[in-house]
Structures are given as structure tokens and as C-alpha cells.
Design a protein around this ligand. Structure first.
Ligand SMILES: Cc1cc2nc3c(=O)[nH]c(=O)nc-3n(C[C@H](O)[C@H](O)[C@H](O)COP(=O)(O)OP(=O)(O)OC[C@H]3O[C@@H](n4cnc5c(N)ncnc54)[C@H](O)[C@@H]3O)c2cc1C
Ligand SMILES: Nc1ncnc2c1ncn2[C@@H]1O[C@H](COP(=O)(O)OP(=O)(O)OP(=O)(O)O)[C@@H](O)[C@H]1O
Length: 519
């Protein structure tokens, strides 16, 4: 007698790739029929938890649609396809189990945060009711959760460097799993399903901005092409450590994050390629530093595992009470890039217009929101959740907690100085002028501090504070140490009542900007 055929549903979530994907790898060995499935979960298109911003913004949605299309095309080339449904995964899977009557297993990658965990629990309950096996995997990090050199997740150090040293010393990265040449077929009679459109999901397609630092499209194919470009075609990876704090252009950093967030590229594959590059081309601090940064990503995933819902709580991991404000006027100024602090505004406008912001920018705007404005950090985190093309729940909330001083930063009271940062990382003001066109007439680093310019300098630059560009919503006292006094003159209009007092530092030149006293 022939044994009954085995049908496995491979539920794809944030693992939209065929390479190094344990779900497919397992199904290939344990099924006669495979149903690759992606569900557009309506809960992802509702509001964020506290402030009700749209949970998935247009840039991430476009990236997701690209990624789903690309995976379908890849699977079609290999004898399969991607089933697409609009609905909650637990309902869709339940319907498929009923419809087919032959499903033997449901396989998926586990996630970290409670919303995703709730879906997993529901899937398990449905499978249990229907006597269908559930096979789950861990696959989002470089180091596998089960290989961590800590006896249990509670032993994860609260300081990144301690985590990194232990992991680098005692951990191992698992080898990349093989990519199936042909994928096992689908059972007959299943509708492939239409990939939804922007309109169908109640959104409008974003307009391309030629200034974007991330003009890339989603999908595994594009992710692998990006790696080839950054490593093998341009050798940009060999200078990563020197360029990674840049803000203009595509190649100052890897830009892997959006593909990593949706799982279009595997961190183990990146690691394997770095090792290959080091063996065949060059091994230097830069090539190592990409791994160092990927370990930050791992770290925040594991912090999420350790702390659960505490990563979302107002008082953070340390249960530290801070009197956060929710002044929505100030928040609007921040989110709209109208704070009057050009370095902040440029970054916030870049985010709104492209869905991307550099790591340097993110650290600064987060510090500004939490430390200068004293606003509830969750406003910032949820705004990022809405807009970022690379939103990843653990990296986003983990970094916000860190910036707000209630997460994993071992230093007390770390606060960025917006003017020093602007001058250090955008010394001649090119980045600010790119995103804040009202200030284009102001030359050099002066663009970071328009409120310190004389009326004649402002009118020469065709800037009118409070009319064409706002006066700063706040001026932190420590900023005065970093003002380019060469062009500062008598108080400009609109500065009335501010706490700013210009200090005269004649002929100190550029070195003055690089004071080590504040970040
Ligand atoms: C407030 C704030 C919010 C953030 N939100 C997110 C987010 O939602 N998703 C996200 O992927 N990153 C987030 N980051 C981290 C970081 O800014 C981005 O990963 C990085 O800018 C992406 O660009 P890249 O891929 O070119 O990075 P690269 O500099 O090329 O780094 C390589 C990879 O390392 C990882 N990485 C680097 N820095 C960090 C970091 N600080 N934390 C975690 N992983 C890191 C990313 O996967 C990145 O792709 C946030 C940082 C801050 C300060
Ligand atoms: N994937 C996710 N993305 C964003 N937020 C998430 C995600 N998963 C869970 N959360 C957040 O986790 C929290 C879960 O709230 P819930 O009420 O279930 O738990 P809780 O521990 O009692 O938290 P709270 O005290 O804030 O209500 C919410 O803040 C929710 O937004």
C-alpha cells in the first residue's frame, strides 16, 4: 500500500527568501507537497499601539510588495509558487487545513515580540485541534538562539560589549543551508491568490525622491545583488568603518537593514560572504565591523527575548521613572522637520520623504526627542515604526530604549549635542541644505545655527526666521560651545527670550568644533 502523501504549509513571515531558509529546507525533506504561503495580515495595516500612527507606512509597504513578488517569481522558476492571501495567518491556515484535508504539518520561523507570539500560539492551537504537526525554527539572527553561550536567556548580559565578547569567544555561526534547486510542488486545486495593491491596502504609492540614500527595491534578488555590489563589485565593504557614519548617498553603509528586516537576506549568508571576501580580497577593521554591527542586531533580538513586553514599556528595561511629556505641538515640530534645529529637521524630512535615515541621524533625532525635548520616547519609536523601510521591532524599540537612557546603555545621561554632531558629521552643511532647501542660501557649517547669524547674513541668504524657517523650539546651553562664531553677529530676529548666549572664540577655527566635552 502506498503511504499517504505529506503536505506541508510553509508560512513565510519575516523570512522572505529561499536561501538559508530552514522552513523550506525542512519541508523539502519532509513533504511530498509544499505550500509556500504569505498572508497580508490586516493587523499590520491598523494603528500603532499608543499613538495610532499607521502601523506600516508606504515605503515599507512598497518594499514588502516587491519582496513578495520577487519570492513568487523565484519559486515559480523552481516549480512552485507563493500563495498569497489577505487575512490573519491563523484563519488562512485553518481554512487551508479544512479545504485540503491532507495537510500534515505547518512550518514557520519564530518571532520575538508578543503580537507575533500571539499569532504563533493561535496557529499551534489550530494545528493541535486538527492533529497537524507544527514545526518551528529560529532563523533571524547570525548566532542561533540555541547556540548562545548562556545557560538561559535570562543570563544575557545587559551590556552589549559583554555579550559580544562572550559570543565572539565561545559562540559559532552555523553554516548557510543549501538553496533548493527545485521546490516540491503544490497540491492541485489551490488558487495562487493576487498580490494586493497599495489601494487595496488603503495606501498611496510613495513618490520616488532622487535624493534618497535608499533608492533600492525589495526582495531576495535585490538583496543578493546589493551584497555583490557592496562587497565584490565596488569593494565598498573594505572602507565601511570609515564611511559608515555618512549621511549622503547609497554606499556609505551596507543598507542591508530593510532586507534583513523582512528576511530577504540571511545574516549567516552575509557572514559567509565576509569570510570569503576576507580570504580572497582583504581582511581589515572594516570587514570585521560589519559583523560587529550585525551583532548589535542580534543583541537587540535577544534583549527582546529576555525582556518580552518590557521593551515596549514606558519605564523601559530598568523600570526607571522619567516624567516624559506628550506635548503634541513639540512632537509635530519634530516629526515634520520643523524644530528650527537644521540637523534634526534634515533627518526627519529625509525619513518622511524616503523611509530611510542614517544611523547617525537616528541617534541624533532620538536623543533630541528624548533628552532635549523630554518627549515620551514611544512617540518617536512608533513614528519610526510607521515610516522606517527597515523597521524591525527589536532593533527599533531596543535602540529607542537605549537612546532614551532606559535600555542597554551603560553610560548615564548620554546626550548628543546637535550642533557638534552636525558640524562633525556634516561639516560644510551639505546634508542639511539637501533636505532643508529654505536654508540653501547659507554657506558652510553656518547652516547648522541660522539663529546665530546676523540679520544681514540671513537676509543675504534669503532666510527669514519664523517666516521661511522656524526659530529653534529649544536651544540647549551646551550648543553655544560649538557655534561658528566667525559668522555670528548681533542677535537675529526671532531669538528673543532664548537662553542662547553666543560666546566669542576668535580664530579657533575647525578644531573648536571637535571639543571632546560632549557627544
Ligand atoms: C532610534 C533608532 C532606531 C533604529 N531602528 C532600527 C530598525 O527599526 N531597524 C533596523 O534594522 N535598525 C534600526 N536602527 C539601527 C541602525 O540605525 C540601522 O540598522 C542602520 O542605520 C541601517 O543601515 P545599514 O543597513 O546601512 O547599516 P550598516 O551600518 O551597514 O550596518 C550593517 C547592519 O548592522 C545592523 N545594525 C547596525 N547598527 C545597528 C543598531 N544600532 N541596532 C541594530 N542593528 C544594527 C543592521 O542590520 C545593519 O543593516 C535604529 C537605530 C536607532 C538609533
Ligand atoms: N510586533 C510588535 N510591534 C509593536 N509593538 C508590539 C509588538 N508586539 C507587541 N507589541 C507591544 O507590546 C505591548 C503588549 O501589550 P500587552 O497589553 O499585551 O502587554 P503588557 O505587558 O500588559 O503591556 P502593557 O502594560 O503596555 O499593556 C504593547 O505595547 C504592544 O504594542
Amino acid at each position: 500500500m502506498m503511504s499517504a502523501s505529506r503536505t506541508v504549509i510553509c508560512l513565510l513571515r519575516n523570512d522572505l527568501r529561499l536561501h538559508d531558509n530552514e522552513v523550506f529546507h525542512w519541508a523539502q525533506r519532509n513533504a511530498d507537497y509544499i505550500i509556500p504561503l504569505y498572508c497580508f495580515d490586516p493587523r499590520h495595516y491598523q494603528g500603532t499601539y499608543h499613538f495610532n500612527f499607521p502601523k506600516t507606512g508606504p515605503f515599507r509597504l512598497r518594499f514588502l510588495l516587491d519582496s513578495v513578488k520577487d519570492l513568487r517569481a523565484t519559486l515559480r522558476k523552481r516549480g512552485s509558487t507563493l500563495l498569497v492571501r489577505q487575512g490573519k495567518p491563523e484563519d488562512v491556515v485553518s481554512d487551508l487545513i479544512q479545504q485540503l484535508g491532507s495537510v500534515t504539518a505547518v512550518a514557520f520561523h519564530e518571532e520575538v515580540a508578543s503580537e507575533e507570539k500571539t499569532v504563533e500560539k493561535k496557529l499551534k492551537a489550530i494545528c493541535c485541534q486538527n492533529k497537524v504537526k507544527v514545526q518551528t525554527f529560529w532563523g533571524s539572527t547570525l548566532y542561533h538562539r540555541d547556540d548562545l553561550p548562556f545557560s538561559h536567556i535570562g543570563g544575557l548580559p545587559d551590556v552589549y560589549t559583554q555579550f559580544r565578547k562572550v559570543v565572539e569567544g565561545q559562540g559559532r555561526v552555523r553554516p548557510v543551508l543549501s538553496t533548493p534547486g527545485q521546490v516540491k510542488p503544490l497540491p492541485l486545486g489551490l488558487e495562487e491568490g493576487t498580490i494586493p495593491t497599495f489601494e487595496g491596502l488603503g495606501q498611496t504609492e510613495p513618490v520616488e525622491d532622487c535624493r534618497s540614500a535608499f533608492p533600492c527595491r525589495g526582495g531576495e534578488t535585490e538583496a543578493l545583488a546589493r551584497l555583490k555590489h557592496y562587497f565584490w563589485d565596488t569593494n565598498a565593504v573594505a572602507a565601511y568603518k570609515e564611511t559608515r557614519n555618512g549621511m549622503i548617498g547609497v554606499d556609505y553603509s551596507t543598507k542591508f537593514s530593510p532586507w534583513l528586516a523582512l528576511g530577504c537576506i540571511s545574516p549567516r549568508y552575509i557572514y559567509e560572504q565576509i569570510k570569503k571576501y576576507e580570504a580572497e580580497r582583504t581582511a581589515n577593521q572594516s570587514t570585521y565591523w560589519v559583523i560587529f554591527e550585525l551583532l548589535w542586531r542580534d543583541y537587540f533580538q535577544f534583549v527582546g527575548l529576555k525582556y518580552g513586553n518590557r521593551i515596549f514599556h514606558m519605564n523601559g528595561l530598568q523600570d526607571k521613572h522619567v516624567s516624559w511629556k506628550t506635548d503634541m505641538k513639540l512632537f509635530d515640530a519634530w516629526k515634520d522637520g520643523r524644530t528650527g534645529v537644521p540637523f534634526v529637521d534634515a533627518n526627519m524630512r529625509e525619513l518622511a520623504l524616503t523611509g530611510f535615515m542614517s544611523n547617525r541621524g537616528r541617534q541624533n533625532v532620538a536623543s533630541f526627542l528624548t533628552k532635549d525635548l523630554g518627549l515620551d520616547w514611544r512617540l518617536g519609536a512608533e513614528w519610526f515604526e510607521y515610516l522606517l523601510v527597515d523597521h524591525d521591532v527589536c532593533s527599533n524599540y531596543g535602540n529607542w530604549l537605549y537612546s532614551a537612557g532606559i535600555g542597554n546603555d551603560p553610560r548615564e545621561n548620554r546626550k548628543f549635542n546637535m550642533i557638534k554632531q552636525g558640524l562633525d558629521y556634516d561639516n560644510n552643511g551639505e546634508y542639511v541644505r539637501q533636505w532643508v532647501p529654505e536654508l540653501r542660501g547659507i554657506k558652510g557649517g553656518d547652516v547648522h545655527t541660522p539663529w546665530t547669524l546676523s540679520n544681514s547674513a540671513l537676509s543675504h541668504a534669503q532666510v527669514s526666521l519664523n517666516e521661511t524657517y522656524p526659530s529653534p523650539v529649544i536651544i540647549a546651553p551646551e550648543w553655544s560651545r560649538h557655534v561658528n562664531n566667525k559668522s555670528s553677529g548681533p542677535p537675529a530676529k526671532g531669538r528673543k527670550g532664548s537662553s542662547y548666549t553666543p560666546r566669542q572664540h576668535k580664530d579657533r577655527g575647525i578644531d573648536f568644533y571637535f571639543s571632546k566635552k560632549s557627544f
